[in-house]
Design a protein around this ligand. Structure first.
Ligand SMILES: C[S@@+](CC[C@H](N)C(=O)[O-])C[C@H]1O[C@@H](n2cnc3c(N)ncnc32)[C@H](O)[C@@H]1O
Length: 466
């Protein structure tokens, strides 16, 4: 039996410099205090008090919600003493943000247990470093530009490309830059005369302002079918393999780059196209998305010419010949690995090879796209999830789904149906339809190892050295 007791940090700390500095000083004091105490262990990402329910203090303060344990048994007194001491030091650093509570006392715990256990799970893997977009955000962790809801971009003329969107402020990775309902959606109809009359009918149903917005969009295919030309130049598919295209008043001004800094995605719940920054974008920089699916430069440029009617002059297409050859070789290998990973026979019969391919693909994506490959990386981690869960490995599957979730949040946001799907699978990997097809790698979710350093964790995750 026994009672739960501890303290919560309310509100929790931000990623801002002030909170982080205070947390580091707090951790330093705690480390110093317990440096000769063999019940307090220093792990790669947290301090562990090896009494009671083994409460932890993470090194990343923004993740911390609660320090607590059940106070019972022969160690009861010792646990209580640790909680008292740590709470006292925390109070000196964070004042009334430190809220003491116990199960039978007057003061209640602030956070729910699922929130706390999610936060504790996140201690295992450190976050990627982020670059704040303003000084205020650097100091306090809050983003005043977002709070004031200022538009993050303006439409400007871009040399050689017509109009385009340019960032007005520094934009942090993962920021939703804008989202828009389509003016209308349309399938790609044939013959083109039918397409033209279908669009004309849709246009009639729009307001005058919306009609003007449509007619002001660029047309790379002028001639007998002007409406179809505008649609061909500007439509974005409503979903990765959708044959329906959407036309947007602002999003259609975003130009293409083969190494884009933003990602477009159709959110079927809110019926909007969303644009997210997939890397840090500097104020004054052009915001770009990718109109195609990658691949080496010749077929890629041919596709852009055929489908959208322009010769791409982006940074990748303008590389020197040796650099372009290196990029092409990587992109070709990316395509081959992608195809090999999709082979379901291999997933079933030689899953270790499929997983090794996922790992190689991850490294290639990071080399070719640097940190800007979140959409491809989300897909890759989802593939690794599927390989693991097909063979009953819930532990690795939950980690892969967690990583797919993080990447989806960056390029689509928390409210995307795809993001929610991978989040559910992270919590309940066995809920996937392939679970149980084989039990060759059977594990439970609780078997994710704890306390490994980053290299050791990756070797475990990718089943290396087995
Ligand atoms: C959807 S529109 C983008 C907005 C367009 N720039 C405008 O002025 O309305 C697509 C067209 O923009 C131009 N464009 C987009 N990306 C480009 C690039 N990387 N290089 C050259 N032209 C580009 C091409 O004319 C393309 O057909």
């Amino acid at each position: 039996m026994g009672i739960d007791a501890g303290f919560d940090m309310v509100p929790h700390l931000s990623k801002g410099a002030v909170d982080q500095k205070n947390w580091q000083s707090f951790i330093k004091v705690i480390k110093e205090r317990y440096k000769n105490d063999n019940l307090v262990e220093v792990k790669p990402n947290y301090l562990m008090f090896t009494v009671g329910e083994r409460p932890l203090l993470p090194f990343e303060g923004h993740k911390f919600l609660r320090f607590s344990s059940k106070i019972s048994g022969s160690h009861g007194k010792a646990v209580e003493q640790y909680i008292d001491e740590v709470a006292l030091v925390a109070r000196l650093s964070f004042g009334s943000r430190v809220r003491r509570w116990n199960e039978y006392g007057d003061s209640q715990a602030f956070y729910s247990w699922p929130e706390v256990s999610d936060s504790i799970e996140s201690y295992e893997q450190p976050d990627e470093p982020e670059t704040p977009s303003t000084i205020a955000q650097f100091v306090s962790g809050n983003d005043p530009i977002r709070e004031l809801e200022l538009p993050l971009f303006e439409i400007q003329t871009i040399p050689g490309k017509g109009k385009g969107l340019v960032a007005r402020f520094n934009i942090a990775k993962g920021t939703r830059i804008l989202y828009e309902n389509p003016l209308f959606t349309t399938p790609n109809l044939s013959p083109i005369s039918q397409m033209e009359s279908n669009i004309a009918t849709k246009l009639k149903a729009l307001s005058k302002t919306q009609q003007r917005q449509f007619l002001s969009l660029h047309n790379n295919f002028p001639g007998k079918y002007p409406f179809s030309g505008i649609v061909k130049t500007n439509a974005l598919p409503c979903g990765p393999s959708s044959v329906i295209g959407g036309i947007y008043p602002t999003i259609c001004f975003i130009n293409h780059s083969c190494l884009s800094n933003a990602h477009n995605s159709w959110n079927s719940d809110i019926k909007c196209e969303t644009i997210h920054a997939i890397r840090y974008i500097n104020a004054g920089e052009e915001i770009t998305i990718s109109y195609d699916k990658g691949g080496p430069s010749d077929p890629r440029r041919m596709h852009l010419k055929d489908a959208f009617g322009f010769d791409c002059n982006c940074g990748v297409c303008s590389l020197s010949l040796p650099e372009l050859q290196t990029s092409d070789a990587r992109r070709l290998r990316i395509q081959h690995l992608d195809d090999a990973i999709g082979d379901s026979d291999r997933v079933m019969n030689r899953p270790d090879e499929s997983l090794t391919d996922c790992h190689s693909l991850l490294q290639l994506l990071e080399e070719e796209y640097r940190s800007d490959a979140d959409a491809s990386i989300a897909r890759l981690y989802y593939d690794a999830f599927q390989i693991s869960i097909t063979h009953g490995d819930q532990a690795r599957a939950s980690v892969f789904a967690g990583r797919a979730y993080k990447s989806r949040v960056i390029c689509e946001g928390e409210d995307s149906p795809e993001t929610r799907k991978v989040k559910n699978l992270m919590d309940n990997p066995a809920g996937h339809r392939n679970f149980g097809a084989s039990m060759r790698w059977k594990t439970t979710k609780g078997l994710v190892p704890k306390g490994l350093d980053a290299g050791g964790f990756e070797r475990w995750l990718w089943r290396q050295g087995r």
